[in-house]
Design a protein around this ligand. Structure first.
Ligand SMILES: Cc1ncc(COP(=O)(O)O)c(C=O)c1O
Length: 394
């Protein structure tokens, strides 16, 4: 008979589960038991498959990344890697593809976190970035240098909802012999599957549409095995791994992803159309609108007549009017982030684009009153009523 301590730690013999659980189990463990010294050596050496340690690989986290890869590439060729956040995914991807002396081309509208990573961090390690107007394919091609290691794009840019010409940009990367990576967070695989348009790697903040409930943070990269193996190595070395509990929440979100995103996008199109006809509004950015510069491109690249679920609206009256619109909201939450069930809004110049001064904002085409609305799953008429009443308070 063993002592209390030993019995408390080891418990009785575990009951075997021979049936498949309907829902994948959560492997909330940091390490895995192996059978023998030889098997441990073989698994560590990669001669035998097996799980060793959760920073390296965890079945729950990997299952989530596999599920995203299957949505991005139904043929099942592309593989996925899980990360603790979208920025973790972006950091590991860039570190895998760049070395000291590398050059990166990124859109001038790139997500602020990626911009900060490139300019504040990677620049310290000899990685230089040229930010270009990626809607200008010739300017993008002209930015390629002999040491360019990555062409980085975004399927939909924040907050303009500019659409990347994926086939055009892929041709530039192909000619230069470099990988074309896109941040597909704003689109999700429901709206666009970048790998079908010549993109090498699709990166997501799973915190947004993939998880979809604003209760978990994560990231995923999807692409061909050889590139993904390099990215996995950086994930393991930096520890930017996705925890199993977060992975389980994100995985649960995936089951409803097509339903959620389709509903969010159709509501966004309804809201965008109505706001664009309101005389108190200067501009609405949503690619569903024929007035959006990329409406035709989006119609060619995007799936199911969907155009994304972020709508940017600039009221008459500039900065004060934008902030008053935010303050007037009763249903839509004053909160950053996007993609969740709850609609959220931020005044762009004082939040997500705080680092930009008036001139830089103007150059980027962001109006002083711009308000970014992430459309959720509320009824379209309730959302529209809230936005219209809040506009009246400007
Ligand atoms: C387009 C885009 N990419 C990446 C990220 C970073 O994701 P995370 O916050 O999960 O690190 C965000 C976050 O807002 C984003 O909007």
């Amino acid at each position: 008979m063993t002592g209390d301590g030993t019995r408390a730690v080891h418990g009785p013999e575990r009951r075997a589960v021979t049936q498949e659980p309907l829902v994948p189990p959560v492997y909330r463990t940091s390490t895995f038991v192996l059978e023998s010294a030889q098997q441990t050596a073989d698994v560590f050496a990669g001669k035998e498959s097996g799980w060793t340690y959760s920073r390296t690989d965890n079945p729950t986290s990997q299952a989530f990344a596999d599920a995203v890869a299957y949505l991005e590439d139904p043929s099942g060729i592309a593989v996925g890697q899980p990360f603790g956040s979208g920025m973790g995914a972006i950091t590991c991807t860039l570190l895998a593809l760049c070395s000291n002396g590398s050059h990166v081309i990124a859109p001038q509208e790139v997500y602020g976190g990626t911009w900060a990573l490139l300019t504040r961090q990677l620049s310290r390690f000899g990685i230089e970035t040229t930010f270009v107007d990626m809607t200008d394919l010739e300017a993008t091609r002209a930015a390629v240098r002999p040491n360019t290691a990555v062409l980085w794009g975004e399927v939909l840019a924040n907050p303009s909802m500019t659409v990347a010409d994926l086939p055009g940009l892929a041709a530039i990367a192909r000619d230069a012999g470099i990988p074309f990576v896109v941040d597909a967070t704003f689109a999700s695989p429901v709206v666009c599957r970048p790998l079908e348009h010549g993109v090498d790697l699709a990166v997501h903040s799973a915190t947004k549409y993939l998880g979809g409930h604003s209760d978990a943070t994560g990231g995923v990269v999807v692409g061909p095995t050889a590139l993904m193996e390099r990215i996995r190595t950086v994930r393991v070395d930096t520890g930017a791994t996705l925890a199993p509990d977060e992975a389980a929440l994100l995985q649960r979100g995936l089951a409803t992803l097509p339903l959620r995103v389709a509903r969010q996008c159709t509501t966004a199109a309804v809201v965008a159309a109505a706001l664009s006809e309101d005389p108190r509004v200067v501009r609405v950015d949503h690619p569903s609108l024929p007035s959006h510069r990329d409406h035709d491109l989006a119609s060619r690249l995007f799936r199911g007549g969907l155009y994304g679920a972020v709508v940017t609206v600039a009221p008459e009256g500039g900065r004060e009017a934008g902030m008053a619109l935010i303050d007037g909201l009763q249903l839509v939450k004053r909160a950053t982030s996007l993609g969740g069930t709850t609609s959220k809004a931020v005044h762009v110049p004082t939040t997500t684009h705080l680092a930009m001064d008036e001139a830089t904002l103007a150059a980027a085409g962001i109006l002083p009153g711009a308000v970014r609305v992430s459309i959720g799953l509320e009824d379209p008429e309730d959302l529209l009523a809230d936005l219209l009443q809040a506009l009246g308070k400007g």
